[in-house]
Design a protein around this ligand. Structure first.
Ligand code: HEM
Length: 147
């Protein structure tokens, strides 16, 4: 991501923060419309879960100038998500719900340029979370094998 894209992400995320409650609800509504089979994976209160997701996005967005720290954070998140039962194929579904939510919430402020910046961000999030899940499962396999 280039500095202009980082700027667009921060600007739009700040705007999203002004509609935080709506954004969170729209995200999960859209997610379960696209993929109702994911609903049982979420055990807790969905409003609290929405807040966690948005707060975590804020943490990640604040770390964009620290790629190493970001990579570690995302890999650890990916490993935890594998424990929640998240599979590689789920990432594209969540990415689609996220972009739809941004479109609905930001409306005309969600310009093609801003969409491209979020697409790049989610691509990186997805790549590192999947890598973290894979590393954790390989580590687990080597412990089981005893080496
Ligand atoms: C941008 C990507 C994502 C972010 C920022 C995110 C954020 C979070 C956060 C902050 C938590 C709380 C626990 C923790 O930190 O480990 C969580 C839990 C969870 N996430 Fe994600 N997540 C993302 C992608 C996904 C994807 C692709 C799925 C697939 C369905 C998913 C499903 C879940 C589930 C099932 C839980 C546990 C819920 C429960 O225990 O009730 N997340 N997520």
């Amino acid at each position: 991501m280039n500095p202009h894209q980082v700027h667009l992400i921060r600007k739009s995320f700040a705007e999203l923060g002004r509609h935080e409650h709506l954004a969170a609800l729209v995200f999960y509504k859209r997610l379960f419309e696209i993929a109702p089979e994911l609903r049982p994976m979420f055990k807790g209160d969905i409003e609290a879960q929405s807040k966690k997701l948005l707060d975590m996005l804020g943490v990640l967005i604040a770390m964009l100038e620290r790629p190493l720290g970001l990579e570690l954070e995302l890999k650890a998140m990916g490993a935890r998500h594998a424990d929640y039962g998240v599979k590689d194929g789920h990432y594209a579904i969540v990415g689609a719900a996220l972009l739809d939510m941004l479109q609905t919430t930001l409306d005309k402020d969600f310009t093609p340029e801003t969409r491209a910046a979020w697409t790049a961000l989610y691509g990186a999030v997805e790549m590192f979370m999947k890598a973290g899940a894979k590393e954790a499962s390989e580590e687990h396999a080597s412990h089981v094998a005893g080496d």
